[in-house]
Design a protein around this ligand. Structure first.
Ligand SMILES: Nc1nc2c(ncn2[C@@H]2O[C@H](COP(=O)(O)OP(=O)(O)OP(=O)(O)O)[C@@H](O)[C@H]2O)c(=O)[nH]1
Ligand SMILES: [Mg+2]
Ligand SMILES: [Zn+2]
Length: 327
C-alpha cells in the first residue's frame, strides 16, 4: 500500500464520504467488498479516519484508529455512531455565562482522558463576561491539571493563543453545547466563514443547533480541526471508560462487606465510610460513581453489539454452507 495514497475523511454523508488529500477534496464511497465485510456501522469510515483509495478512487481500507469518540445509537439495534477518530486534543468549549456547568466539563474530561485525548477547556464570549476569574478559579479547583484558555472570537481576544495550540499534524475536536461559539471560533481560526453560525437569544443563552454535521478542516499551519454540532447529553458519548484513574477507590472498596458492592446503598461500605471520614473527596466519589455507571451501561450495549455481530456471522456461515452444498 503506497503511503501517498492516504486520504483523510473530512465529512460523512448517508452513502458517501468527503475525503481530503493535501488541499484536494473529493466525494467517494467504499468498495463493494468493503461493504460486504463490514459488520456494523463503526466499521465504516468516520470523520478523522485515514483511508486508502483503490485505482477507481474508492475507499478500500481504513487505517487502524488511534482512538475514537462514539455515541450510542438507541433504538432497535444498539450500535455505535462514531463522532470522530484519531484525535489529539479535545477543546471543551463553554461560554462564560449561565450555560457554564462544571459537572458537564468534568464528564468531557473523563471522556477525553479515557480515550487518551488531551482536554483543554475553552471559555468563550469573554467580551460578555465581567468576572472570568471566578470561572477559572472554579475550574482550577476541580481540575487543576487541565489547561484553561479564555477567548472572544467576536472581540478577537485570545484567538492567537488558541491558534498557537494547534500544532501541524495534530487533530483537534471542538465539543460543547449548542450556541457556545464553536463554529464562530473555528471560522476565525480558518480565516474564513466555512461553518455557518447563527444568532442565539442572548437573553436566555439558548442555542439553536446551527451546526448539523461534523466536519474536519485543515488550518493554514497544517493542523486539523473538527467542528461538531452542539450536544445535550454527553453521557451518550462515553464509550470505553476505564476506571484506572480511580484505582485508590477500587482499593478501598476491597474492604467493603460485599464483594460486588456498588458503593451506593449497601451496608458496611468502606468507600462511603471513607467519604464520611473525609479520606475520600465527595466530588471524586461522585465522579467515580458516574463513571462506573457509564462503564456498566456501555458494557451492556457492547454485549448487545457482540451478540448482533455473532448472529450475522452465523447467518453468513449458514449461507455459505447452503451455497457449498448446492455446488
Ligand atoms: N459576544 C460574543 N458572541 C459570540 C462569540 N462567539 C460566538 N458568539 C455568538 O454566539 C452565537 C452562536 O455561535 P455558533 O458559533 O454558531 O455556536 P456553536 O457552538 O457552533 O453552536 P452549534 O453549531 O449549534 O453547536 C452566534 O450568535 C455568535 O455570533 C463571542 O466571542 N462573543
Ligand atoms: Mg456550530
Ligand atoms: Zn462499597
Amino acid at each position: 500500500m503506497k503511503m501517498d495514497n492516504r486520504w483523510r475523511v473530512v465529512a460523512v454523508y448517508k452513502d458517501a464520504c468527503k475525503v481530503w488529500y493535501f488541499g484536494q477534496e473529493k466525494i467517494t464511497k467504499v468498495t463493494g467488498s468493503f461493504r460486504n465485510s463490514a459488520l456494523c456501522r463503526s466499521d465504516y469510515p468516520a470523520v478523522g479516519d485515514w483511508v486508502y483509495l483503490n485505482n477507481d478512487g474508492l475507499i478500500d481500507r481504513i487505517e487502524a484508529r488511534s482512538n475514537q469518540l462514539s455515541r450510542k445509537v438507541a433504538g432497535k439495534r444498539h450500535d455505535e455512531q462514531i463522532i470522530a477518530t484519531n484525535i489529539d486534543i479535545m477543546f471543551i468549549v463553554s461560554s462564560l455565562n449561565k450555560e457554564f456547568n462544571i459537572n458537564k466539563i468534568g464528564r468531557y474530561i473523563i471522556l477525553a482522558e479515557t480515550n487518551h485525548i488531551t482536554p483543554v477547556i475553552l471559555l468563550t464570549k469573554l467580551d460578555l463576561c465581567d468576572d472570568p476569574d471566578n470561572y477559572i478559579k472554579k475550574i482550577n479547583f476541580y481540575y487543576p491539571n487541565v489547561e484553561t484558555v479564555t477567548v472572544s472570537a467576536i472581540a478577537d481576544i485570545g484567538v492567537d493563543a488558541v491558534y498557537n495550540k494547534m500544532v501541524p499534524g495534530v487533530s483537534d475536536v471542538f465539543v460543547g453545547a449548542s450556541g457556545v461559539g464553536k463554529s464562530t471560533l473555528i471560522n476565525r481560526l480558518l480565516g474564513c466563514e466555512l461553518m455557518k453560525t447563527s444568532h442565539i437569544r442572548e437573553r436566555d443563552d439558548k442555542g439553536r443547533h446551527t451546526t448539523t454535521h461534523r466536519e474536519l478542516f485543515e488550518l493554514e499551519n497544517g493542523s486539523y480541526v473538527i467542528d461538531t454540532p452542539g450536544i445535550r447529553e454527553i453521557g451518550f458519548w462515553i464509550n470505553d471508560i476505564n476506571l484506572s484513574e480511580f484505582e485508590d477507590i477500587i482499593l478501598i472498596g476491597r474492604a467493603c462487606k460485599y464483594r460486588n458492592c456498588q458503593h451506593t446503598n449497601e451496608v458496611d461500605c468502606a468507600v462511603k465510610l471513607a467519604v464520611r471520614n473525609g479520606d475520600l473527596a465527595k466530588e471524586r466519589y461522585d465522579r467515580y460513581i458516574k463513571a462506573s455507571r457509564e462503564v456498566l451501561y456501555s458494557k451492556l450495549l457492547q454485549d448487545e453489539r457482540e451478540r448482533l455481530k455473532f448472529k450475522s456471522k452465523v447467518k453468513q456461515m449458514s449461507k455459505n454452507e447452503r451455497f457449498n452444498k448446492k455446488n
